[in-house]
Design a protein around this ligand. Structure first.
Ligand SMILES: [Mg+2]
Length: 371
């Protein structure tokens, strides 16, 4: 099997709630890019990259598309089943930019599994489960609105939540108290500041949180700030934005900096890197939220396969991004259930097929049979 062509599509994913807000940022839609790999064997492979706007991480949609266009010629003639070889060629063609390489890597895994007549989860080591525990984001709003939002999602079966804070210390404490007042004692809630607090603020919030039923997620921008907060926090700590390499994971484990990491597939350049990070976390005894920066059904399918192939006890929760949108972009993807889980797709590969009429014409092609 050889890659013969590459196509990229751009699509806006509007948010069902009207907006998605974290620390001081807020967006009404996210800009996603879908990449298609054509092969001489017939099947096509699909991947998706959707940075959470241009200022969540060192990643943005136009950057992904430009980077992928730059490296696409180096893919022609490669065997997509050889993911390490493909990764080497991509790294030779362009240094860094793992998020841009992620969609291509996922598309290669999709093709490898299709060629083997099996699922991506099987190639990742096998599926431990066919239902994936989800968490639901409670977007940053006024305190009472966040509490009401949680109750709405509880009624839809969710038991895991992530409350977006990190805007302003005193207001965030009001948010956490309002949410705490409606919790039933069995639910899991992370207070995710998305790097929004300064260290002196996070230290005060950590002391307040020691008597509240939350885990704290990524309070500050840098690892050292988060480590200082960790030293006074008596609740579990999740690190997300700073967990961007296996070196970072090893250091965090050695320092006792976190109990859980948020493993985002595109931060590790796709499933090839994310699987290695996942396996390292298992070795180190660190549980994981497994997700990505954002996306639709294709990105969510990749999440489901990695999550399903993660051993019991180490997969804490995942995101069903497409369930936050009004625009489906693929069929066959994970289906959200009434018990706060999503299904693992059953088709070969990722199990998804793009809805081409939603994607429109390619924004660029390289070596494609399409003109
Ligand atoms: Mg987070």
């Amino acid at each position: 099997m050889r890659i013969t062509g590459v196509r990229a599509y751009a699509v806006q994913l509007p948010l069902a709630e009207g907006s998605y807000s974290w620390n001081t940022q807020s967006f009404a839609a996210f800009d996603s890019t879908i990449v298609t790999l054509e092969t001489d064997a017939g099947p096509e492979g699909y991947g998706e990259i959707c940075p959470l706007g241009p200022s969540y991480a060192p990643a943005f949609a136009d950057g992904a598309r430009t980077a992928m266009h730059t490296i696409a010629p180096s893919l022609i003639g490669l065997d997509p089943r050889q993911s390490d070889v493909v990764a080497h060629h991509l790294n030779t063609a362009l240094m860094g930019h793992p998020y841009a390489k992620s969609a291509i890597d996922v598309a290669c895994w999709d093709l490898a599994a299709k060629a083997a007549g099996t699922s991506v989860a099987t190639l990742l080591g096998g599926a431990f489960r066919d239902r994936i525990r989800l968490f639901r984001v409670i977007t940053r709003q006024e305190p009472e609105a966040m509490a009401e939002n949680l109750l709405e999602y509880r009624a839809r079966g969710y038991t895991h939540f992530q409350a977006k804070v990190g805007e302003q210390m005193s207001r965030d404490l009001e948010r956490l108290h309002a949410i705490s007042a409606v919790l039933d004692g069995t639910e899991t809630v992370a207070a995710d500041a998305n790097t929004g607090w300064r260290q002196h603020e996070a230290l005060q919030i950590a002391q307040a949180m020691n008597s509240l039923p939350f885990t704290m997620e990524q309070p500050c921008l840098t690892y050292d700030e988060c480590l200082a907060v960790r030293r006074v926090l008596e609740r579990p700590m999740i690190l997300d934005e700073v967990m961007d390499s296996r070196t970072a994971i090893r250091r965090g484990a050695a320092d006792g900096a976190m109990d859980i990491i948020n493993l985002k597939i595109s931060r590790f350049g796709g499933l090839t890197g994310a699987r290695r990070a996942r396996d390292l976390c298992v070795d180190l005894g660190i549980a994981m939220t497994i997700e990505d920066t954002w996306g639709g059904e294709i990105a969510t399918a990749a999440i489901a396969h990695l999550a399903a192939s993660t051993p019991d006890g180490f997969h804490l929760q995942s995101s069903a991004f497409h369930d936050y949108h009004t625009l489906p972009i693929a069929s066959g993807g994970p289906e959200v259930q009434s018990d706060g889980t999503m299904t693992l797709p059953t088709g070969p590969g990722l199990g998804v097929e793009p809805l081409w009429d939603r994607l429109g014409d390619p924004i660029w092609t390289v070596g494609s049979s399409l003109t």
